[in-house]
Write a protein that binds this ligand. Structure first.
Ligand code: ADP
Ligand code: MG
Length: 725
């Protein structure tokens, strides 16, 4: 065994791991729920009546807050936080990458006598100024023009972030340039919600509604993730630097038995999950379900849905907490979309609906959807939007990591279609054909076992192969990647729906003016929608080869397998126009996003490619040579005794090693190329040339893993990382 082999050490450390403390005795939910959040409940307790009334209005309707009230709120917030042991505050914001950013400031100031006092004014609460020059901003700012502002978003509650190193009052904020352009993921989300609200109201008003509360999108995100023991992760530079294994032969046992899915949760993982959930509860994040996922070592957590803006902030916070808590429990939490080749990857199903306090969930079909004009128009508008802007939906989930998952027979294909379920497909099909329609009902599920109470069956089954599926009272965008912020997808969905609803409102208004009654007008508009856009509705197997052909040739849908193919959709004139007319992103803001995402894609693959070269040369090749040296030594000694062993093994190892090193050299030569005519060309180069060379190196390295004596192999193996807990 080589002196530097950390792999056996990792296994021994895990085996002899000191059992982690069981943790604090569980405290009742009522005691911890939202105890670290300055939410409306806390505000009512700590604010004057008038200040509370003003804040409540702001939170519920987005009405602006005056400076005097902000001062009162800031002072109360500070006292509340200080009483909980907090000394620092931070405006937390969401740059265009999928991370969160924060800069911490103390509440402390010194007065003229040199005494420390605490101070926190309304203006400090409302505005922060991080030196934003190092955040990716696309073409929006020159490096010299560094000024960026954060501004408090009072519609998402402030909270206390507790870590072993102290507690900080976190203030959810937007982030913009000195010239007022959005540099973050929150501004477009808030704008898209406003666009949705305005367009939705128009439609509802035309349908005769007079009392219409503000509309908002809701989001419930199901988060998949892997847990790997930290000892293994530390011995895998690829996991640490790129979040996925760049090498690794398949484990003899993988997920083929389906014995992990929904199985009993390993005890150590259960302790971790409870620790995560307790932290989430303190922060007012309604973690609701957890279970094992398909792959060994893979799990899922899903909070209950919330308004899109708060849900997006909570989602980011949840990912932060999942990662930090994993380390406390000796795990590394992998949010990468495909940490292990040949094993299911991780997604983040984004459940999305739109509604308000007066009309309720507008995507709820009820028992008789064919008569539910709210539902029909809103659902029809979604269908129209997905058909018109499928490539945009593909683009907002594009990343180097999600490319490994999409279309890989475990995750939705890269073709955007809509699944409605049998009942609704019939309803909308009848609308298209001008037939009057009755809704089939689900009927009652009666197993004939007296002890099992009969229950009502859903009117449609589920389709796991669809990227965009209707699931009862919401759409589920299933193609979103596990590491991604939900904001990008939510912005796209809100915006295309807002745009379609505006179109619907225009058509509806014209039909009503021409003397049609409401029912006739709705039928006319919906028929037009379904005739023009029904091609995007697909209920079959999205994994099948026939669909990949038919979608493109017969339905005219786009298949955009890689991010290099998909990201340019952001620069499509129709998409630029969409974002401009809805007021969600100006053309410069959109351009900057495209630049940032393209750069991230190119950088990600560049890092991985460099790591492939380094690991192959400095880790795998030396390990192989160590084994070869031991082997030849033994063979020579045996030969001296007149015994000879078959030479084939040595020959296979030599061939694979030489082939691997040839691929490494080709990759090394391919890496420095930089004279690209365009960003698109550069992305394609990464997607094809670099990725193929990386795969070639890996193929030979993985073949070597299957030949080299176990004790010589330096990198923790799949079977160990996936099964040793
Ligand atoms: P699954 O899809 O695996 O059956 P659940 O039924 O638990 O999972 O729901 C998944 C997510 O969808 C949860 O976060 C849930 O709160 C959310 N959800 C439920 N109803 C809605 C809705 N009307 N709008 C948005 N999200 C919703
Ligand atoms: Mg689901």
């Amino acid at each position: 065994m080589s002196a530097h082999n950390t792999r056996p050490q990792a296994i021994s450390d895990i085996t002899n791991r000191i059992k982690l403390p069981a943790g604090d005795a569980p405290r009742p939910l009522s005691e911890i729920w939202a105890c670290d959040v300055f939410d409306l409940r806390a505000m009512e307790e700590h604010l004057s009546k008038n200040a509370f009334k003003a804040m409540k209005k702001t939170v519920h309707t987005g009405a602006p807050l005056d400076a005097a009230t902000a001062d009162v709120v800031a002072a109360a917030m500070k006292d509340w936080a200080l009483a909980k042991g907090v000394k620092f505050f931070s405006h937390i914001f969401y740059p265009m990458t999928n991370i969160t950013a924060e800069k911490h400031d103390g509440f402390i100031v010194t007065n003229a006598d040199g005494n420390a006092i605490t101070e926190f004014t309304g203006s400090v609460l409302m505005k922060g100024e991080p030196d934003g020059s190092s955040f990716p901003n696309g073409s929006l700012r020159m490096t010299a023009a560094a000024r960026g502002y954060t501004a408090w978003d009072p519609t998402s509650p402030v909270y206390i972030m507790r870590t072993a190193n102290g507690s900080t009052l976190m203030i959810p904020s937007v982030f913009m340039s000195w010239t007022g352009e959005a540099l973050d993921k929150k501004i477009p989300l808030l704008r898209s919600n406003a666009a949705l609200d305005a367009a939705g109201r128009k439609v509802l008003a035309l349908l005769g509604e007079t009392d219409i509360a503000p509309l908002s999108a809701s989001c419930g995100a199901e988060q998949e993730y892997f847990l790997v023991d930290a000892h293994f992760a530390r011995a895998r530079p690829d996991l640490l630097l790129s979040g996925r294994t760049l090498f690794g032969a398949p484990s003899p046992k993988g997920q083929e038995f389906d014995d992990h899915y929904f199985g009993a949760i390993p005890a150590r993982v259960q302790v971790y999950m409870q620790a995560v959930e307790d932290k989430l509860y303190r922060l007012g994040i309604p973690a609701k379900t957890h279970h094992n996922e398909v792959a060994p070592g893979q799990f899922e957590i899903a909070p209950y849905y919330e308004g899109a803006n708060v849900a997006a902030d909570h989602q980011q916070l949840m990912m932060t907490i999942m990662k930090a808590t994993a380390l406390e429990h000796g795990f590394v939490c992998l949010l990468h979309e495909k940490p292990f080749a040949g094993i299911n990857g991780s997604g983040k199903h984004v459940n999305w609906s739109v509604g308000n306090a007066t009309q309720g969930n507008l995507l709820d079909p009820g028992r008789t959807p064919h008569q539910n004009v709210h539902f029909l128009l809103f659902c029809g508008a979604v269908i129209r939007g997905v058909h018109l802007f499928g490539p945009l939906l593909r683009a907002v989930i594009a990343s180097a990591s999600n490319d490994h998952r999409l279309g890989a027979n475990e995750a939705p294909p890269a073709i955007m279609s809509v699944y409605l379920g049998d009942q609704l497909e019939t309803v909308f099909g009848n609308i298209r054909d001008g037939k009057t329609s009755v809704s089939s009902e689900g009927g009652v599920m009666d197993l004939g076992l007296p002890q099992i109470a009969p229950f009502e069956r859903d009117p449609g089954d589920r389709n796991r192969t669809s990227p965009f599926a209707f699931t009862g009272n919401r759409f589920e965008f299933r193609a979103v990647g596990s590491s991604q912020s939900v904001s990008g997808p939510l912005v796209a969905m809100n915006t295309i729906l807002a745009d379609s609803l505006s179109w619907v409102a225009g058509k509806l208004e014209a039909a009503l003016q021409s003397g049609k009654n409401t029912a006739e007008a709705v039928a006319t508009v919906l028929q037009e929608v379904m005739k023009a856009h029904g091609a995007v509705v697909f209920g079959g197997n999205g994994y099948s080869e026939e669909w990949h052909k038919a979608a493109v040739t017969e339905r005219g849908l786009k298949n955009l397998p890689t991010s290099a193919d998909a990201l340019p959709a952001l620069m499509d004139p129709a998409v630029i126009d969409l974002f401009q007319r809805t007021g969600v992103l100006s053309p410069v803001e959109l351009r900057s996003r495209y630049d940032v995402y393209a750069e991230q894609y190119i950088l990600s693959i560049g890092v991985e490619a460099k790591l492939v070269v380094e690991l192959a040369k400095t880790s795998i090749y030396p390990a192989v040579m160590g084994y070869v040296s031991a082997l030849t030594g033994t063979l020579n000694s045996a030969a001296a005794l007149g015994v000879s062993f078959e030479p084939a093994t040595l020959k296979v190892i030599a061939d694979e090693t030489n082939a691997m090193m040839a691929a490494v050299r080709a990759l090394e030569e391919a890496l420095p190329k930089h004279d690209f005519a365009s960003t698109e060309e550069h992305m394609q180069y990464c997607a094809t040339t670099l990725r193929q060379l990386m795969d070639r190196v890996r193929k030979h390295a993985d073949a070597l893993e299957a030949q080299v004596a176990d004790e010589h192999w330096p990198l923790p193996k799949y079977r160990e990382m996936l099964f040793i807990k």
